[in-house]
Design a protein around this ligand. Structure first.
Ligand code: UD1
Ligand code: UDP
Length: 382
């Protein structure tokens, strides 16, 4: 039996891991044995456990309970814990997702003891190394043996860094295999969409009317921790909600919830709190999030995953960042980059409110990325 250790830690990784665990359960149960290690990077019930309960992911076999901390402390503690698990379990490969500190830690731990790293969501680049995620994803890509990119742009980014798409079999860290395979998040959005429609009551719970509210999420450290940026964003949301009498629902990441009172001017903070059109709510489950995305008028976010899900559900997206890794969304016009500028956010909202000609071409695969990844792991690493 081919044995993998999947390392997850942050909310989006747990969601992404659901696609692979589902593929293994449905098609590879006699061939792949998956052990799930949770680093504990995210630990609140609504940032972690809710997804295991709701998405049918097996409970983590091991939880390292690392918790929050500085980049160095958090990553180092994870490396130590993951190394021990690898030495105990002796897997054929380590599977990691995306670009968080949990991804980097697993990449470092596994590569140093010569266990092949399988990086799902490889090749994404913002070309901004001040983002902790950019450093994490570059370093992880460069110690991986199999790199699965969700987009053609991701593959092209890797080729620019010296990877070879046509490298022949026997893949190792020194001769890595690069594959364009579609997006496991797209697999999940298709799979859970119907379930969300049947089970989620989030619209009714929050008295939201289909097609008439904006969904917004904000959690990038650059935005939350810089008073000027978080102020620009909330001034824009306040203005949009008041001038258009439109509701904005914000499931707040704990990082944002903790820092809002501190980093917004007191007057703005109070007026946000007393604005009935702005609904600050705790993080929601994935089924609820799909319901909020599918039924929204528009999405305003700095999240990587939420940008893409907006696209999957044919919604315009205003990106609260100076750049994006998901350049396909912007090049086809259905998403726009505005950073944290109040004026640009408002301008983008007005433009998209009056635009019924948006395009959402199918650039994220066929909903079977996870099956492809399982096939390639078995073919090249077992
Ligand atoms: C991390 C990832 C980011 C990803 C995001 C997904 C890194 C460097 N960043 O950012 O790429 O987009 O996850 O959500 O890995 N906190 C809680 N409860 C929790 C988790 C976090 O209260 O369950 C608070 C803590 O105050 C913590 C802060 O949020 O210090 C930040 O958490 P952390 O995991 O360090 O980074 P994220 O901003 O979540
Ligand atoms: N998400 C969720 N509940 C929320 C906010 C986000 O289930 O309250 C999901 C969202 O649908 C997407 C993923 O979490 O699948 C994105 O995670 P996040 O925005 O935290 O991180 P990023 O994608 O930016 O790394």
């Amino acid at each position: 039996m081919f044995k993998i250790i999947t390392v997850v830690g942050a909310r989006p990784q747990i969601i992404k891991a659901a696609a692979l665990s589902r593929a293994i359960k449905n098609h590879y149960s006699g061939k792949i044995n998956e052990i799930i290690v949770h680093t504990g990077q995210h630990y609140d019930e609504n940032m972690s456990q809710v997804f295991f309960d709701e998405l049918g992911i097996p409970s983590p076999d091991i939880n390292l309970s690392v918790g929050s901390g500085s980049h160095g402390k958090q990553t180092a503690t994870m490396i130590e814990g993951i190394e021990k698990v690898i030495l105990d379990e002796k897997p054929n490969a380590i599977v990691v997702y995306g670009d968080t500190n949990s991804t980097l830690a697993a990449g470092v731990a596994a590569s140093k003891i010569h266990i092949p790293v399988v990086h799902i969501e490889a090749g994404l680049r913002s070309y901004n190394k001040k983002m902790p995620e950019e450093v994490n994803r570059i370093m992880c890509d460069h110690v991986s043996s199999l790199l699965f990119s969700p987009t053609k742009t991701g593959v092209e980014n890797l080729l620019k860094e010296g990877f070879k798409q046509e490298a022949a079999g026997n893949y190792t860290m020194d001769n890595p295999g690069v594959f364009h395979c579609g997006d496991v998040m797209y697999d999940n959005s298709i799979h859970f969409s119907e379930m969300s429609a049947q089970e989620s009551t989030v619209l009714a719970d929050n008295k939201l009317i289909e097609g008439e509210y904006i969904l917004s999420t904000i959690h990038r450290n650059d935005n939350t921790d810089t008073p000027e940026r978080i102020t620009g964003i909330f001034e824009a949301l306040q203005a949009i909600s008041k001038e258009n009498n439109v509701e904005i629902v914000l499931p707040l990441h704990p990082r944002t919830a903790k820092i809002l009172a501190q980093n917004l001017p007191a007057e703005l903070y109070l007026s946000i709190q007393s604005n009935p059109n702005i609904k600050l709510i705790p993080p929601v489950s994935f089924l609820d999030m799909i319901a909020l995305e599918k039924n929204s008028k528009m999405v305003i976010t700095d999240s990587g995953g939420v940008q893409k899900e907006a696209f999957f559900f044919n919604k315009a997206c205003i990106i609260l960042r100076p750049e994006t890794e998901w350049v396909e969304l912007v090049s086809c016009g259905s998403a726009t980059i505005v950073g944290w500028s109040k004026d640009k956010i408002i301008e983008a909202y007005n433009r998209y409110s009056n635009d019924s000609s948006l395009r959402f071409p199918p650039v994220f695969g066929d909903g079977k990325a996870a099956e492809f990844i399982c096939d390639m792991m078995l073919k090249h690493l077992s």
